[in-house]
Design a protein around this ligand. Structure first.
Ligand code: ADP
Ligand code: MG
Length: 332
C-alpha cells in the first residue's frame, strides 16, 4: 500500500462544507460572514497520552475528542479538522479501526476531515480542529469577574480513577472501572454546553489537566482568585467510595500524590475528564438550571471567583485544603 492509497482508503470522506477537501496542496474553507475561525491543535503521543497497545478505535475517538473539547470550551461550533499522523507501519487492521473511531465522532459533531499529513515514525496523532463562533462571542479564559460563580459540568475524577486502576494504584470492581473507563477512553466533548454558554458565561476552559490547573489558567488570565468548596465537587459514585471518611487512615493515602488522598487527587488535579469549567454572574443561576436540562448534563456550582490571585479550596469546616500538587505538566 502506498502513502496515497492509505490516505485515500482511510482518511478521505466527503467534505461538503469545505470548498476543497483532501487531495490538493491545501484545503479551502469559507467561514460564515460575521463569524470568527477558532483554531486549536492537540497532539497525542504514544507512551505519554496512551498505552502503545491502546485500542485503535478508541484512539481515533480520543484524538478528535480532545480537540473538539477545545472548541466546546471556546463556545465554537466545530467544523473542520486536519490529522497529522506518524505510524510505525501501515497496519490495515489498525488503520481501519482508528479511522472508524475518528469518523464516528466526527460525524456525530458534523466535523469534516479536510487534510493532514502521513509519515512513518513512532506513533503520534496530531489533530488541528477548526470551528466557527460569532464575532466577539467566544468563551475566553480572560473574562472571569470577582463575584462570579464557578461551575463545572458532569463529574470530575472519572478518568484519573480509571488511570489509577490501570496503573495498579487502586483495585476497582469491574462495574466501577467500566463506569470511569468510559471517561478516560471515550470522552464526550461538551459542545452543546459550550454553545449554550455563549453570551452567558464570562469565561470557560475544558478540564484536561485537572481542575486546579485549568481553573488556574482562568484565574491567571483574568487576574482574579477563587474559592472552591471541596464538598461541592461532583464526585462520581465510583470515586465516592474513596472519600476519606469511609476509609481508615493510611488506606486512603494515594502514594504518588504526596499526602493527597486518591479522592482529593482525582477531584482536584486528575486530568483527562474534558468537562467544562466556567464562570458566570450569580444572576445566571436559574438560567444554568435550564441549560443543564437542555443539554442533559449536570452543572454544579463549585465555588466563587474572588479578588486577588489565590485559589483556596475550603473543607466543610472552612479550613483550607492544600494537596500540594497541581495538574499534569509535561516539563515539570
Ligand atoms: P503535500 O505533499 O502537499 O504535503 P501530502 O502528500 O502530504 O501533500 O498529502 C496529500 C493530500 O492528502 C493533502 O491534501 C493532505 O492534506 C491529505 N492528507 C495527508 N495525510 C492525511 C491524513 N492522515 N488525513 C487526512 N488527509 C491527509
Ligand atoms: Mg504533506
Amino acid at each position: 500500500m502506498t502513502e496515497f492509497d492509505l490516505i485515500r482508503r482511510h482518511f478521505t470522506r466527503a467534505t461538503p462544507s469545505a470548498a476543497l477537501g483532501v487531495g490538493d496542496d491545501a484545503a479551502l474553507l469559507q467561514v460564515g460572514s460575521g463569524m470568527e475561525l477558532a483554531v486549536s491543535t492537540d497532539m497525542l503521543v504514544s507512551g505519554t497520552h496512551f498505552f502503545p497497545d491502546a485500542d485503535p478505535f478508541l484512539l481515533g475517538h480520543k484524538a478528535l475528542a480532545v480537540n473538539i473539547s477545545d472548541m466546546a470550551a471556546m463556545g465554537a461550533q466545530p467544523r473542520w479538522a486536519t490529522l497529522a499522523l506518524a505510524l510505525p507501519e501501515a497496519d490495515e487492521a489498525w488503520l481501519e479501526k482508528f479511522s472508524a473511531g475518528f469518523f464516528a465522532l466526527a460525524q456525530q459533531h458534523g466535523v469534516e476531515l479536510i487534510g493532514g499529513d502521513t509519515t512513518r515514525g513512532p506513533l503520534n496523532l496530531c489533530v488541528t480542529i477548526m470551528g466557527e463562533v460569532p464575532q466577539g462571542k467566544a468563551l475566553r479564559r480572560d473574562g472571569a469577574q470577582a463575584g462570579d460563580d464557578i461551575w463545572v459540568s458532569g463529574a470530575l475524577g472519572n478518568a484519573a480513577l480509571a488511570l489509577a486502576h490501570l496503573q495498579g494504584r487502586v483495585q476497582l470492581a469491574a462495574e466501577d472501572f467500566a463506569a470511569c473507563a468510559a471517561a478516560l477512553h471515550q470522552p464526550a466533548p461538551r459542545v452543546a454546553l459550550g454553545l449554550a454558554l455563549r453570551g452567558v458565561a464570562h469565561s470557560a476552559i475544558d478540564v484536561s489537566d485537572g481542575l486546579l490547573a485549568d481553573l488556574g489558567h482562568i484565574l491567571e488570565s483574568s487576574n482574579v482568585g477563587a474559592e472552591i468548596y471541596f464538598d461541592a465537587l461532583p464526585a462520581p459514585d465510583a470515586l465516592r467510595a474513596f472519600a476519606p471518611a469511609s476509609l481508615d487512615g493510611e488506606a486512603a493515602r494515594y502514594s504518588r500524590a504526596g499526602g493527597a488522598t486518591l479522592f482529593q487527587h482525582c477531584l482536584l488535579s486528575g486530568g483527562d475528564d474534558y468537562e467544562l469549567c466556567f464562570t458566570a454572574a450569580v444572576a445566571r443561576r436559574a438560567e444554568m438550571e435550564k441549560i443543564s436540562a437542555q443539554v442533559h448534563l449536570p452543572l454544579t456550582r463549585i465555588g466563587s471567583i474572588v479578588a486577588g490571585s489565590d485559589c483556596v479550596v475550603r473543607a466543610a469546616d472552612g479550613s483550607s485544603i492544600n494537596i500540594g500538587e497541581s495538574g499534569y505538566d509535561h516539563f515539570r
